[in-house]
Design a protein around this ligand. Structure first.
Ligand code: GUN
Length: 280
């Protein structure tokens, strides 16, 4: 089992980001909207803010209370869209339960040129046409960074299995891989005979958010396994795959913690600096 070296990948991305920050003639600013009460989200937001500070990027956190109305969130986004000092707007998901039905309306209200997360319908349409056209969601971009480094860059005849069908990961990632000519299967935790699909996949991406569901027994030799799940279980941070210590198979794996997570934060800030350039 070979482990993906996230550090090497993130160092390259941060080197690019730092160059762009130096070249920029004004400060770069990200606005993060927190309108939810998910414990993991609070941790992700803190991580993003910490990294922003380290990079010298201004990060403005807008915290909404549990009784916030949809109109207030939309009005804040409108204000940030119009504010020239703000280069990127990110709405952390999941939202409060009463706002969840308005998720797409909220994401689509972000001006696409400030959509750091690339989750608006316009961005989805743009990178569906050509991955160079739009802003890729950071997790998707992070998966592609790993694939670029550890898999041949030719997806003709490659089987990609994605165990996630969300707007944040599964749908955009499947779209991108399909655009690159891979043969894509989108599964979820309810898919029957998932192990059979494991045995024919060249690239497996899992993001069930459940943790320790799978082992490597039916994963074929030579494959790349990207584990996006990162949750706490019994005080240990775990991904979707377990038992990796005594595994002698020829598999490349993104460790949890320290695999996809840090690359995702780097990709987010790369999106931000690229957007700020487009806004010139
Ligand atoms: N919640 C979990 N991951 C993400 C992410 O990448 N972006 C947003 N906006 N919310 C998330």
């Amino acid at each position: 089992m070979q482990l993906v070296d996230s550090k090497k990948i993130t160092e390259n991305i941060y080197a690019y980001i730092k160059e762009q920050i130096i070249a920029s003639d004004k400060p770069i600013k990200l606005a993060i909207i927190d309108a939810g009460n998910d414990a993991a989200s609070k941790k992700y937001i803190a991580l993003k803010m910490q990294k922003g500070m380290e990079l010298g990027i201004q990060v403005q956190l807008i915290n909404f209370k549990e009784d916030v109305k949809i109109e207030e969130v939309l009005s804040k986004i409108d204000e940030l869209n119009k504010d020239d000092s703000v280069n990127g707007i990110l709405v952390q998901l999941p939202l409060f339960e009463h706002l969840a039905p308005y998720k797409h309306r909220i994401l689509n209200s972000i001006n696409p040129i400030k959509d750091t997360d690339g989750l608006s319908a316009i961005n989805f349409g743009l990178y569906s046409q050509d991955i160079l056209n739009g802003i890729l969601p950071a997790t998707v971009d992070a998966c592609l960074e790993v694939v670029k480094e550890y898999y041949k860059n030719d997806f003709n005849g490659s089987n990609v299995l994605i165990v996630n069908n969300s707007d944040l990961i599964g749908k955009p990632l499947a779209t991108v891989f399909a655009t690159l000519n891979a043969t894509v299967t989108i599964a979820n935790e309810f898919t029957k005979n998932l192990e059979d699909l494991f045995s024919t996949a060249d690239i497996i991406v899992t993001a069930t958010g459940k943790g320790e569901l799978f082992d490597f027994d039916s994963v074929q030799d030579g494959s790349l396994v990207v584990d996006v799940t990162s949750i706490k279980k019994d005080d240990k941070v775990v991904g979707d795959f377990k038992d990796r210590k005594d595994n002698n198979k020829d598999i490349t794996y993104t460790p949890v913690p320290g695999g996809i997570g840090p690359i995702t934060v780097a990709c987010l800030y790369r999106n931000l600096v690229n957007l700020s350039k487009l806004q010139k």
